[in-house]
Design a protein around this ligand. Structure first.
Ligand code: ATP
Length: 245
């Protein structure tokens, strides 16, 4: 449902992606994990059709992002960028209405509910904390009927209680709607709990992928964080081949 095939992307002399292969199937949440500058956001932007790859291609809901049909599928694609600044002078509710208007849906009540903002949803966005803004945007995007979701650090700045709830919502959403989700995060506990499969990426290369359990076994680690650190170490020194998903 979401695929990157041999995706290469260059920014001037920097090769940010060196042939990334990745797949998220229907109903699956796939984690994208890597150090700063590894290429996670670049991968997500290519998958969202916002960046044109220099090599390889991206496919969303059965069509390539460089094909004319992709524009029609956009309606079913939701992309949460790393930094979203919801229009400051709108209220939270007006922001949801705006996003839903773009998608031609009206699920404002549901979005308000899952945002957990309570009465603050009628305050202006400029009065929100970073985490509240994040919750607002994620709630707006989880209620537009998307079948492919690209979430770049959705819980960044969100408190523990709301982050737990947000993970549950994303996981349930993928399962109940059969939506494919690519989820980037620096929080390994989060990735372990929300993702069916995980891709470790470093310096523009996928260095390993598999279920959290497979990755832990492969690297003889007791948790995903340890597996990730070991994967980075062995990638530098020609590490083991990634397991099959
Ligand atoms: N528009 C751009 N122009 C030039 N270089 C860029 C651009 N966007 C990204 N890069 C570079 O490409 C590389 C990958 O960046 P990217 O933002 O994809 O990393 P990331 O894995 O999302 O990092 P982080 O965890 O810090 O968000 C980095 O070296 C970055 O500096």
């Amino acid at each position: 449902m979401i695929r990157a095939v041999g995706v290469r992307k260059r920014f001037g002399r920097l090769e940010a992606l060196k042939g990334v292969d990745l797949e998220a199937r229907a109903g699956e949440v796939v984690g994208l994990v890597g150090p700063n500058g590894a290429g996670k956001t670049t991968t997500l932007r290519v998958l969202a059709g916002l960046l044109k790859p220099d090599g390889g291609y991206a496919e969303v809901l059965g069509v390539r992002t460089d094909s004319p049909e992709f524009q029609k599928r956009r309606r079913y694609l939701a992309y949460l960028p790393e930094e979203v600044l919801p229009y400051d002078n709108l209220t939270g509710r007006q922001f949801i209405e705006f996003i839903h208007g773009l998608y031609g849906v009206d699920n404002v009540r549901e979005a308000v509910e899952i945002s957990g903002l309570g009465p603050r949803v009628d305050d202006k966005v400029k009065t929100y904390s970073k985490g509240m803004r994040r919750r607002l945007v994620v709630a707006a995007l989880l209620t537009v009927g998307a079948l492919a979701l690209l979430l770049d650090e959705p819980t960044a700045g969100v408190d523990v209680v709301h982050a737990v709830e947000m993970r549950r919502l994303v996981k349930n959403y993928a399962k109940s709607r059969g939506a494919a989700v690519v989820y980037s995060s620096h929080n390994m506990l989060e990735v372990e709990s929300v993702c069916d499969r995980v891709y470790f990426i470093d310096k523009g290369v996928v260095i390993a992928h598999g279920t959290p359990k497979q990755l832990m076994e492969l690297y003889g680690a007791s948790d995903l964080e340890e597996a990730f650190v070991r994967a980075l170490g062995s990638a530098g020194g020609g590490g083991p081949a990634p397991p099959s998903p």
